[in-house]
Write a protein that binds this ligand. Structure first.
Ligand code: MV4
Length: 445
């Protein structure tokens, strides 16, 4: 096991990782920006090191400073959390070149999966169902017209370097295809410094279902079931649950087996998530891989009883998984609500500031992951995620009831938060029946 881990992140996930390390008897060094100086979560690390100014480019994205902090503090590994440098293959490579283990997959599998067109190729080779579309990136107008004819409209053009909803365009009619292609390539070039795009059939009213996988350095790859993350707004997830209310047992088995096949094909050896779209007929299609631990990982921890951060750290340290597919069991239903410092009445505009009163919910089957507290200052310069409420109950209706109770209990003053919005969601008949798609929030609220 590692002696000391540097945490290259902030807020709730930094705290989540600090706690896992403490239980593993691993020392922690947490980096912070000037903006986060004095944050109480930093007190729980053994050491905190300032790495620069507030802007992520000046601190949490400064790979050289983070590696320097790891070296001066004698850290033997870096945990990137999510966001920032978590899926940066060059950073993973630099860490390892400095003899610091990067707690995540190999740079090679990150590159293979980070490029979405390349991930499609891996999936196809592994015989995992992909959305009908181009073989890799689109080379020219001629190929684009040909593939579009074969696939049929509507189609979606996506940036290879995109992901998470960035750099995508829908084309409904052949007459718009080449103009949209040109726009998409220009946009991709500007946003990602990479103009490569590919094409897929556009799946209407899909659900977003993802499979958690974990693999060690000894060839063991295990899935930990799925999470349904259909309830989103503008590609920001708001509610996640497991199991998915929209998946038949047979489909679940196929979906999870597909995720494991894909992970094995990419020589994946850490915690990761394989994302699928599920169409209205219940067919699923691979779309992308998230080569990191995700915000919503606690949902899976609740239904499996496993600590994913510990499992991920142990795998990075070269230990074999402590469980196998046969010994992993699934119990009950878990739901997570993301509490963001945003005003739902003002188009979810970020609302940062000082929290004077913070009273999180508690009770049976309730977990709150947060770095907030009375007197905490929530910065407008970072992600507005303030807390995650995760509930675990025997059935979905009981979990919903418990979440309603938790949201009613939760007091955060004086900031605007997503709590009132989430309370409306938890009462909505379509949410209660589980009959939603990725357009639910925009259509309904
Ligand atoms: C799609 C799609 C429809 N058809 N691909 C958005 C995020 C990125 N991970 C993939 N996304 C989509 N890809 C095809 N071929 C619709 C979406 C999409 C979506 C997906 C998941 C969750 C929410 C979404 C909201 C809008 C569009």
């Amino acid at each position: 096991m590692f002696r000391r881990i540097l945490i290259a992140n902030r807020g709730e996930i930094a705290l989540r990782i600090i706690r896992a390390c403490r239980e593993l008897n691993v020392e922690t060094v947490c980096v912070f920006s000037e903006e986060d100086r004095g944050g109480e979560y930093l007190d729980l690390a053994d050491r905190a090191i300032c790495i620069g100014a507030a802007a992520p480019r000046e601190s949490y994205l400064k790979s050289d400073r983070i590696i320097a902090a790891a070296e001066v503090s004698g850290s033997d590994a870096v945990h990137p959390g999510y966001g920032f440098l978590a899926e940066n293959a060059a950073f993973a490579e630099k860490c390892r070149a400095c003899n610091i283990e990067f707690i995540g997959p190999s740079a090679e599998s990150m590159r293979l999966l980070g490029d979405k067109a390349s991930a499609r190729t891996v999936a196809k080779k592994a015989k995992v169902q992909i959305v009908p579309g181009s073989d890799g990136v689109l080379e020219d107008d001629n190929e684009t017209l040909q593939v579009a004819d074969r696939v049929g409209f509507p189609i979606m053009i996506k940036a290879s370097a995109g992901g998470g909803g960035r750099g995508m365009r829908v084309v409904h009619d052949k007459t718009d295809l080449l103009a949209t292609l040109k726009q998409a390539k220009q946009e991709a070039s500007g946003a990602f410094n990479n103009s490569a795009v590919y094409l897929e059939r556009y799946i209407e009213r899909p659900r977003h279902v993802e499979v958690q996988i974990i693999a060690d350095h000894h060839g063991n790859t295990v899935h930990l079931g799925e999470r349904d993350c259909t309830l989103q707004r503008r590609h920001q997830k708001l509610v996640e649950e497991s199991p998915s209310p929209a998946i038949a047992p047979r489909t679940r088995a196929d979906l999870c087996a597909a995720a494991v096949k894909l992970a094995k094909a990419a020589n994946y050896n850490s915690a990761g998530t394989v994302e699928f779209l599920v169409d209205v007929k219940g067919r699923f299609y691979f779309i992308e891989v998230n080569a990191r631990i995700q915000v919503e990982h606690p949902v899976t921890e609740m239904v499996t009883g496993l600590d994913l951060i510990k499992a991920q750290i142990r795998a990075a340290a070269g230990e074999p998984l402590e469980f196998s597919q046969k010994t992993v069991t699934f119990h009950g239903h878990a739901i997570e609500c993301r509490i963001n410092a945003e005003d739902p009445d003002e188009k979810f505009r970020p609302c940062a500031g000082l929290i004077t009163k913070f009273r999180p919910p508690g009770g049976h089957g309730v977990r709150v992951d947060t770095y907030a507290h009375d007197g905490a200052r929530i910065s407008p310069k970072y992600d507005s995620l303030l807390a995650k409420v995760i509930v675990h109950q025997p059935t979905r209706p009981e979990a919903i009831r418990c979440m309603q109770r938790c949201l009613a209990e939760f007091t955060i003053e004086p900031l605007k938060t997503t709590i009132p919005f989430l309370r409306k969601v938890m009462e909505h008949p379509h949410w209660l029946s589980g009959e939603i798609d990725t357009g639910f929030v925009e259509r309904t609220f």
